[in-house]
Design a binder for this molecule. Structure first.
Ligand code: NDP
Length: 254
């Protein structure tokens, strides 16, 4: 369907070399876009490119450390040099260190804010001038259930993901006149490397999430594919500044 057809578009997914990012990259690529994934780990980058090529997706990877402004700027400029333009930026790279608030070293706490929040600003700011050149663009920021709730062992993660929602609204408000739509996705509990350790640390977590989630299961990365395509596409041109839970109903179950 034309509304959701991404042929001719160029999409960059930070942290696209695994988990949710890779699933979104595959869905966006299958909708027709050229896909660029970017992470620190070059082995994971290369493996992901091989995976995407298996679906006939035009793709390339770049090494980036999103906490480094210079690295983010270089990434966006390399993408535009190689592909001629950038249409879609998915700010997905993220991390967590789970501790009680009083146990964090300040450096650890700040590293989570840098990775999950400040990198979104850096990459979005750099992408803006390229979006302006082609009179529009799409930014998708990955939040969390902890954009809504406070994680007892995640004060930095919750602060960063809460910030993602407000940053999304602010950028959306400013850049609406430039035909740039900025939206956030709030995934529920998804089975990835990030949550695997959490389930080891908190043995009840697996069951607790299943019980609270109306659809009765954990999410899988592929559950995020549809929303990623939608928010990248012409079908969402009048939607901006939103934060959409993709959580099997977790957030509406009191
Ligand atoms: P993964 O650990 O599988 O993916 C995290 C990705 O981020 C990796 O590709 C990693 O690549 C990249 N990354 C981390 N730090 C950096 C950095 N400094 N520079 C560049 N890339 C970086 O976890 P998920 O797929 O679960 O997480 C993806 C996003 O989804 C995150 O923002 C996370 O907070 C969010 N999320 C996840 C949920 C879940 O239940 N899994 C729920 C809600 C939100 P590399 O290691 O190569 O750098």
């Amino acid at each position: 369907m034309k509304l959701f057809n991404l042929s001719g578009k160029v999409a960059l997914i930070t942290g696209g070399n695994g988990g949710i990012g890779l699933a979104m990259a595959k869905a966006i690529g299958e909708a027709g876009a050229s896909v660029i994934i970017a992470g620190r780990n070059e082995n994971k980058n290369n493996e992901s490119i091989e995976f995407l090529k298996g679906f006939n997706i035009e793709c390339k990877s770049f090494k980036v450390n999103v906490v480094d402004e210079v690295s983010c700027k270089k990434l966006i400029n390399d993408v535009v040099n190689d592909f001629g333009k950038l249409n879609i930026l998915v700010n997905n790279a993220g991390t967590n260190i789970r501790k009680r608030p009083e146990e964090y070293e300040l450096g650890e706490w700040k590293s989570i804010i840098d990775t999950n929040l400040i990198s979104m600003f850096t990459c979005s700011k750099e992408a803006y001038k390229h979006f302006k050149n082609i009179s529009g663009g799409k930014i998708i920021n990955i939040g969390s259930m902890h954009s809504l709730f406070g994680a007892p062992l995640g004060s930095a993660y919750s602060a960063s993901k809460g910030g993602v929602v407000q940053l999304t609204k602010s950028l959306a408000n400013t850049w609406a006149q430039d035909n740039i739509q900025v939206n956030a996705i709030l995934p529920g509990y998804i089975d990835t490397e990030l949550t695997r350790q959490a389930r080891i640390d908190i043995p009840q977590l697996q069951k607790r999430v299943e019980e609270r989630t109306p659809v009765g299961r954990w999410g899988v990365p592929e559950d995020l594919g549809g929303i990623a395509v939608f928010l990248s596409s012409q079908g969402s041109d009048f939607i901006t500044g939103t934060a959409i839970p993709v959580d099997g109903g977790y957030s509406i179950n009191g």
